[in-house]
Unconditional design. Structure first.
Length: 237
């Protein structure tokens, strides 16, 4: 874990991977005070979700815009200036030097934190080679993370299996944000490398991103409460 103090409740980020703002509003209402941090990605973002994210931030929630930006520096920088106005807390960019430099420069003086996506967790060693990289997926995650940290990135999105390797690289001041979390007993879906909330905290992750185990549950609030309790117990150890 980083040295940054974060409450157990705030460590849980719920992925609002839903097709409409109406469904997202309903989910946020059902989760109430149990959840304070929401991730909005392509699906909801391209369906009115960016205005919804702005409303959430105005209403006191934290937002993570998982937009995975990557373009020429000028375009990235202007995009980030618009994201700053939405009041977001986290924004993802792909871990390419020009992209990261432009994003960090554009958010300067704002509370927005830029997170780097190194190698997507759906890529295995063969996929990494096919994409033109040398070495294993893990080698590339390490190399890209070192580069991101040298450029002053605020945090890294990584699988919990990578958190232990990345903590010494990230140091205590950067955050490690981990999807692929499954409370014991819940369906893994298409996630292959999964960890329980307690194991991910023990591995050094700061924030846990959980989508379907909460959003597809009959009682999302009670599942979210159980995850917060598990995070709380693990963080005290
Ligand atoms: O529903 P589930 O808990 O699998 O959702 C995980 C969320 O984290 C999704 O929004 C997915 O896009 C995102 N994510 C991921 N793996 C990554 C990066 C992001 O699953 N490496």
């Amino acid at each position: 874990m980083s040295a940054i103090r974060i409450s157990p409740r705030e460590r849980l980020i719920v992925a609002l991977d839903l097709p409409s703002v109406a469904m997202a509003e309903d989910m946020v209402a059902r989760l109430g005070d149990t959840v304070s941090f929401y991730k909005i990605g392509y699906q909801l973002g391209y369906a009115g979700g960016l205005s919804f994210a702005e409303q959430l931030a105005k209403g006191g929630k934290k937002t993570f815009l998982d937009l995975k930006l990557h373009d020429i520096g000028n375009t990235v920088g202007r995009g980030v200036e618009s994201v700053v106005k939405l009041g977001a807390t986290f924004l993802t960019v792909h871990a390419y030097p020009q992209t990261m430099k432009a994003a960090l420069e554009a958010r300067r003086g704002s509370p927005l934190k830029i997170l780097a996506v190194t190698i997507l967790t759906s890529y295995n060693d063969d996929d990494v080679r096919e994409a033109g990289y040398v070495g294993t997926a893990r080698d590339q995650v390490r190399r890209k993370s070192e580069q991101a940290c040298a450029l002053g990135i605020d945090g890294i999105v990584c699988s919990a299996e990578e958190s232990a390797m990345l903590r010494p690289i990230a140091g205590p001041g950067r955050v490690l944000v981990t999807p692929g979390i499954r409370p014991s007993g819940s369906a893994s879906g298409d996630q292959k490398r999964i960890m329980t909330p307690a194991a991910a905290i023990a591995a050094g992750s700061d924030y846990l991103v959980v989508g379907r185990p909460i959003t597809e549950a009959g009682d999302p609030k009670s599942v979210a409460e159980a995850i917060v309790a598990e995070i709380s117990a693990a963080a005290e150890r």
